[in-house]
Design a protein around this ligand. Structure first.
Ligand code: DGY
Length: 316
């Protein structure tokens, strides 16, 4: 029998239609993030809860869920908002949306890289201010990417998707990952067991790793000081991988050329220090926000829940 699921946020219309057609689903009108009491009220009697990252599903919430709840499905690839150990302890399956958003997020990384390198924030401000006085040899001169070294922290699906695209721009790929890739997967990329050794070599760094206790606060004052003054920093992973104060100071003092950020600690209340920096190109966490990815994310959760309902473990 189809799972009964509670979806705790609004979905794109076609995705919502598929959920209604294929699962026995209830949509909650509440906004995000859900408070623990909203969640309690919503889930009684259901088999699965569909959440997104702003809603924290911690050990306390998991311990209060009724026994009917067999699965938490998150409309994201990131899992840092869910206490996986606690879910396992309570026998609750956790589903996410890997693969289907890889292209969208990798494309966003390239957008950020180009935006940071080519001073997009200043350029957009100049033209929108209606004060642009015309082409000048010294105006808004940025950095090229061709022949530069790109360092990728986290070489999962998204990291590798970024590497493919960056190679098409003529970049040389360097990476750190908890596990070294096979030579086939590496495709000529240079591996560093120690991420610090990579930082002084590269011209641009893309953070593409999950947020875990060991990556939280990774990019701090000390690591920023290892990087070139002309370096670019891009974050499409999670904001808390960067120590904001350290990055803001480095950007303000010209110790780092520019940053492109799609994610922030404490979204949507990002560190106000970012707002007025000309050399930060920011997006409001739109990494996976394409029609195609958002549709496939929904389908991957529906299919996963259908499989669980029929007693089969889904790949996600
Ligand atoms: C993801 O899928 O993890 C995106 O960052 C949305 O949170």
């Amino acid at each position: 029998m189809a799972y009964s699921a509670v979806v705790t946020f609004e979905l794109p219309e076609e995705v919502e239609r598929q959920f209604r057609e294929r699962l026995n689903v209830k949509f909650l009108p509440s906004g995000l993030p859900l408070s623990p009491s909203d969640l309690d009220a919503a889930v009684s009697g259901c088999d699965a809860i569909v959440v997104t990252p702003p809603t924290q599903v911690d050990a306390e919430i998991l311990s209060r869920l009724p026994a009917s709840v067999k699965a938490i499905a998150t409309y994201s690839v990131g899992l840092d908002h869910i206490d996986l150990e606690a879910a396992q302890k309570h026998g609750i399956a956790v589903l996410n949306t890997p693969d289907v958003l890889t292209d969208a997020v990798a494309e966003t990384a390239i957008l950020l890289l180009l935006g940071a390198a080519r001073r997009a924030t200043e350029s957009i401000s100049l033209i929108r201010s209606r004060t642009w006085t015309g082409w000048k040899p010294k105006q808004l001169v940025g950095l090229g990417l061709s022949d530069k070294k790109l360092g990728i922290l986290g070489m999962g699906r998204i990291g590798r998707g970024i590497a493919h695209r960056a190679k098409a721009f003529g970049m040389e790929i360097h990476y750190h990952n908890t596990r070294r890739l096979t030579p086939d997967q590496e495709e000529g990329a240079q591996y560093y067991a120690d991420p610090n050794a990579m930082l002084s070599v590269i011209d641009a760094l893309v953070l593409a790793c999950p947020l875990t206790p060991s990556t939280r606060g990774f990019l701090d004052e000390r690591r920023l000081s290892l990087m070139k003054q002309t370096a670019l920093i891009v974050n499409i992973a999670r904001g808390a991988i960067i120590e904001d104060e350290a990055l803001i100071n480095a950007l303000r003092d010209g110790r780092i050329f520019a940053a492109g950020l799609d994610v922030f600690a404490n979204e949507p209340r990002l560190d106000p220090g970012y707002y007025d920096l000309p050399n930060v190109f920011m997006l409001p966490h739109i990494g996976s926000s394409t029609v195609e990815a958002r549709m496939m994310m929904g389908m991957s959760l529906i299919e996963g829940l259908e499989r669980l309902a029929s007693g089969v473990n889904p790949p996600n």
